[in-house]
Design a protein around this ligand. Structure first.
Ligand SMILES: NC(=O)N[C@@H](CC(=O)O)C(=O)O
Ligand SMILES: [Zn+2]
Ligand SMILES: [Zn+2]
Length: 401
């Protein structure tokens, strides 16, 4: 396949900008189907134009994924395993995954649910509580299957009831052990104080919890999950590279809060942290598409049964696994930054976690496909993000509807 295409390394730009001198991004190999004779000038121009209709990139990973259990797990895991090499699996089950022993069991359940022959690798996490012990962190590290610990402020989001009530009061010994074990802390970054406006909860969390935490434990590796604001971008940029990073979802790159109300209440666009105003979305798009190594792909794909989304008190969470990759490509293409795509999808995450980059490739083709209205699971159905709409980019191994 690759022998038949022309290749160029577009990350190595002949006239680097100031920022690319400061923070060189890893070279991104982009392959074009073009004339049999390579014409470098045409190829360079193609990277900026509509002509580009195929990309071959290193297989991406998903650094924030909810797979759930049972029939839902069986229905959704093939959608992630199809494109992604690995995924950080969120531990907010009912009851949550608070011990290494439970994470081992959950991992086995995921492995059993994988399509035959799949080489998808679930990277497990532990759910931090007020009572998590430093001993548990040592066990987690020793297990070789746990790659991070997740902080849910109690009450902040789906299944966070057992989360942390007072991080500085209850969790410092555990966090200190995490520094020793080089175990990253993944953060749902919202305060839960009902007096704080929903749209301000991320910013207040940064000011009250995250900034003081980084001050107190500068060696702790932190991933601020699913960032939604310009404030988060500014905070991430202010931290030392390699210590604090962020995942970014497709919805926070493509939608602003209007999408919650367009033509009536839109429960399938409701997630936490909630979508923000357009200026925040733009700040996140620029941060991600400028080639910074601090951001990486994390879909936060969060399936809920249709009945639990379309009801009087709907759950937070957007099911994006089947569409996420197509959507990320769209964002980078629209920003004229396809040359920065591969670092975001496939390099920055493993580099931050200290894991090897994937060696296999995937193909993305410009080939319009229709997102199904729903996906069935054992006892109901799940409505995917952008259901029923047509997307332009089709990952090679995605069936065309
Ligand atoms: N993002 C969401 O809106 N929901 C997630 C939880 C989370 O990641 O906060 C879920 O588990 O459903
Ligand atoms: Zn969250
Ligand atoms: Zn999540």
């Amino acid at each position: 396949m690759q022998a038949a295409v022309n290749t160029t390394t577009v990350g190595a730009h002949p006239h680097p900008t100031k920022s690319s001198f400061l923070r060189p991004s890893p070279p991104c190999r982009v392959y074009f189907h073009a004339s049999p004779r390579p014409n470098l000038r045409a190829i360079a121009m193609a990277s900026k134009s509509q002509l580009q209709d195929q990309l071959i990139i290193t297989r991406p990973d998903d650094w924030h994924l909810h797979l759930r259990e049972g029939g839902v797990l069986e229905a959704v895991v093939p959608h992630s395993a199809r494109h992604f090499g690995r995924a950080i699996i969120m531990p907010n089950l009912k009851p949550p995954v608070t011990t290494t022993a439970r994470a081992v069991e959950y991992r086995e359940e995921i492995m059993r649910a994988l399509p035959p022959g799949s080489s998808f690798e679930p990277l497990m996490t532990l759910y931090l509580t007020d009572n998590t012990s430093p001993e548990e962190i040592k066990l987690a590290r020793k297990s070789g299957i746990i790659f991070a610990v997740k902080l849910y402020p109690a009450g902040a989001t789906t299944n966070s009831q057992d989360g942390v009530t007072d991080i500085f009061g209850k969790c410092l010994p555990v966090l200190e052990e995490m520094v020793r074990q080089e175990m990253p802390l993944l953060v749902h970054g919202e305060v839960t104080d009902p007096h704080v406006d929903t749209f301000d909860r991320e910013k207040v969390f940064i000011d009250k919890i995250l900034a003081p935490l980084v001050q107190k434990l500068p060696q702790l590796e932190i991933v601020m999950e699913h960032i939604t604001t310009m404030d988060a971008v500014n905070f991430i940029e202010s931290c030392e590279e390699g210590h604090v990073a962020a995942t970014v979802t497709p919805q926070h790159l493509l939608l602003n809060r209007n999408a919650l109300f367009q033509g009536g209440l839109q429960p399938h666009n409701y997630c936490l942290p909630v979508l923000k105003r357009e200026t925040h979305r733009q700040a996140i798009v620029s941060a991600v598409t400028n080639g910074s190594r601090r951001y990486f792909l994390g879909t936060d794909s969060a399936p809920h049964d249709k009945r639990n989304k379309e009801c009087s008190c709907g759950c937070a969470g957007i099911y994006s696994a089947p569409v996420a990759l197509s959507l990320y490509v769209k964002v980078f293409e629209e920003a004229g930054a396809l040359d920065k795509l591969e670092a975001f999808t496939s390099f920055n995450g493993p580099d931050f976690y200290g894991l090897p980059r994937n060696t296999s490739k995937i193909i993305l083709r410009k080939n319009a496909w229709k997102v199904p209205a729903t996906y069935k699971h054992s006892s109901g159905e799940i409505v995917p993000m952008f259901n029923g709409s047509t997307l332009e980019w089709l990952p090679s191994d995605q069936p065309k509807e």
